[in-house]
Design a protein around this ligand. Structure first.
Ligand SMILES: Cc1cc2nc3c(=O)[nH]c(=O)nc-3n(C[C@H](O)[C@H](O)[C@H](O)COP(=O)(O)OP(=O)(O)OC[C@H]3O[C@@H](n4cnc5c(N)ncnc54)[C@H](O)[C@@H]3O)c2cc1C
Length: 376
């Protein structure tokens, strides 16, 4: 049971945000940057942000050729161009807010591996995308760089070429989140971790949130307006919203001597992605190997996917080089068929910013900006 003092000073705010991932913290930043006098609380069920934002591989990207072409098949050229613009603009808000130093932003470029096997018309796809994106980027985004197959040490018997995108970069995911937490804290945002929101109700034009703390005791928090920024975990509160969870498994190797790769890399419609982090490789993906079991809210790793990542490392990425896996983990993303985020006013008091479609590093700042405009 909470005290009179706790009720008076700890539980009442102008805005309460559920979820301290990229979207929730960016929304808190938006609100405080525009309204410094409003009180803002972020409630996070985990001890750290515990969804996707601290679990991704640290790509500042907007889509590889194969990924964007398969998106065009799904949602059409015009929507894909808009999507790319939103991703680039979102990344630019994030960089302006935190600075490149606090993201450890490294503009090493992004690369897509072209396997010898397969009958994709890469020339046609690359030219098609360059044409679609030229107005926005004012230059060609994608170019063939076959000489890099050798330079990066990939298996020449399997990889015939590489597509380079100079606009892509690496970031340090953990540093980004730590910096964002520090940034909003300096603005006066309060964050409470270990606080799981169980339920909400509207009472006299105020929202009351039932919150379970780590010791299992429920408390009531109150706010004029709340926003669910709980991504894949939002469906529990809004069963009618289309929010499909997707687990992303990741591994990191121990340091590798004379590692040749430098940048962010993709293949297979963006389903696989790897990068160097100094002299280690961070490698994730393979969700498409087992869509049924990877459509889950449960964290975890499976032999099927981890073994496949290992095999790609051995046979394609660093053939003939000994390596050891240092750590494995997973993150939970949220998807929808139209590939668009949900930025919605549910009623005058309740808002949702969720379903980042596995691209939240890029778009969360944009989603937060649009959601703040609806809330303020
Ligand atoms: C392996 C992997 C690779 C990725 N690669 C890329 C990439 O290349 N480029 C890119 O742009 N994006 C990428 N992403 C996606 C990106 O990380 C996410 O889209 C983004 O982090 C989503 O941010 P979010 O704040 O909306 O959600 P989350 O980070 O999931 O945050 C939601 C938060 O809500 C909390 N929460 C949930 N329910 C409750 C509750 N009831 N009460 C209180 N708190 C609650 C959760 O604990 C969590 O911390 C990747 C993600 C993964 C996992």
């Amino acid at each position: 049971m909470i005290s009179f003092w706790e009720t008076k000073h700890f539980t009442q705010y102008d805005f309460i945000i559920i979820g301290s991932g990229l979207t929730g913290l960016s929304l808190a930043a938006e609100i405080k940057e525009n309204n410094p006098l409003k009180s803002v609380l972020v409630l996070e069920r985990g001890l750290f942000p515990s969804g996707a934002s601290t679990k991704n591989a640290g790509f500042a990207c907007f889509g590889s050729v194969s990924e964007l072409i398969s998106d065009i098949d799904l949602i059409g050229e015009r929507t894909v161009v808009e999507m790319v613009k939103n991703r680039v603009n979102g990344l630019s808000i994030l960089r302006n807010r935190l600075t490149d130093k606090h993201l450890d932003f490294k503009p090493f470029g992004g690369y897509e591996l072209i396997f010898i096997e397969g009958n994709t018309d890469w020339n046609y796809n690359l030219n098609r995308l360059n044409k679609l994106l030229e107005d926005f980027f004012k230059s060609n985004v994608f170019s063939f760089t076959p000489h890099l197959v050798n330079e990066f040490g990939f298996n020449k018997a399997l990889i015939k070429s590489i597509i380079c995108n100079p606009f892509e970069a690496q970031i340090d995911t953990g540093l980004m989140m730590k910096s964002l937490i520090e940034y909003v804290s300096q603005l006066g945002v309060k964050i409470i971790t270990g606080a799981e929101v169980i339920n909400y109700s509207i009472v006299n034009n105020n929202v009351e949130l039932e919150v379970k703390s780590v010791n299992g005791v429920a408390s009531i928090f109150k706010a004029s307006k709340i926003a669910f920024c709980s991504n894949a975990f939002t469906k529990k509160f809004f069963p009618n919203l289309e929010i499909i969870p997707g687990r992303g498994q990741v591994l990191v190797t121990k340091p590798i001597d004379n590692l040749k790769i430098n940048g962010t890399f993709h293949f297979d419609d963006g389903y696989y992605y790897f990068r160097n982090f100094n002299d280690r490789i961070i490698f994730g993906g393979g969700r498409n190997l087992d869509f049924i079991n990877e459509t889950t809210l449960e964290f975890g790793n499976t032999d099927l996917i981890q073994d496949t990542l290992n095999t790609f490392l051995e046979e394609v990425i660093i053939p003939g080089i000994n390596f050891e896996i240092d750590q494995k983990w997973s993150g939970i993303m949220a998807f929808g068929h139209n590939k668009q985020p949900i930025i919605e006013k549910i009623n005058d008091n309740v808002f949702v910013g969720a379903r980042l479609n596995g691209m939240g590093v890029a778009i969360s700042s944009n989603v937060a900006k649009q959601l703040a405009e609806k809330m303020l």
